[in-house]
Design a binder for this molecule. Sequence first.
Ligand code: PEP
Ligand code: MN
Length: 264
Amino acid sequence: MASRSFRADRTVIDLGDGIVIGGERIHVMAGPCAVESREQLLTAAEKVKAAGATILRGGAFKPRTSPYSFQGLGEEGLKILAEAREKFGLKIVTEVMDIRTLPLVAAYADIIQIGTRNMQNFDLLKEVGKVNRPVLLKRGLSATIEEWLMAAEYILANGNFNVILCERGIRSFETYTRNTLDLSAVPVVKHLSHLPVVVDPSHGLGRWKFVAPMCRAAIAAGADGLLVEVHPNPAAALCDGAQSLTPENFGAMMDDLRRIAAAL
Ligand code: PEP
Ligand code: MN
C-alpha cells in the first residue's frame, strides 16, 4: 500500500487552514526538542511562526537514552502545545511513545510523531493505524529504506493513509556528526512510494552549525518539508541543545531557504 504501484498519484495530507503536506508548498516544522515550560514553548512558537514555520514541534513524552534525563512534561506539555496552537495558529506535531498514551496524544496533536526508536514497535504502529490523525514516521536508527516502508505499511494496512516519512539520520561509522543524514533516501523513497517525505537535519547532524546547509540540500533533493529544532536559549535546553538553532539563526536560515524554494 505504501508502494507507487498501489496508487499512481501522490499522497497529499491536508491539515486544514491551507496547510497541505506533499503539495506545492514546502512546510517547515520547528520548535524545541522538548516542551520544558509554558514560557519556553510560547516564545519558541512565536519566533518560529514569525520566521515562516507552519507547524510547531515539541515533545511532551521524551524517549531519552538515560532514565535520569528529563522525560518530558506529559499531559501538561500537551496542554501548552494546544495553547500555542490557539495563540499562533500553528499546527502541532508531537511524539507518542506508548499505546497507553496514544488516545491522549491523539486528542492534542495535529500530527502524531513516531520516533526513530519506535519505528518497529509494531503494536504501536498498528494502533496508530486505527487513529484518525496524520502520522510522522521517523526512520529507525539502523533501518533500511525497505524496513522503513514496511513500518509505514503497518499504519496504512490498519486504515490510516496519512503517513509522512521523516529521514532523521542513520547510524554509521562516522562519529563527528550524531548520525549520518541519508539524503539519498529522499529521491529513493519518492521513487518507491507515493508518501510525502520530510527531512530532519537537527537529529541527523546533531550540531546546529550544519543544520542550515543540510536543509538547503534536503529541499534540493526534493523533500516535501523540514523538521528543525529551535530553542529560545539552546545553551539552557533540557534536551538536544547542541543541535538547536536560536530563533535568530532559524530566521536567517528561513530567509535563505526562501531564495532556493519559491514555494516556502
Ligand atoms: C525528536 O524529534 O525529538 C526525537 C526524539 O527524534 P528521533 O526519534 O528522530 O530521535
Ligand atoms: Mn530532539
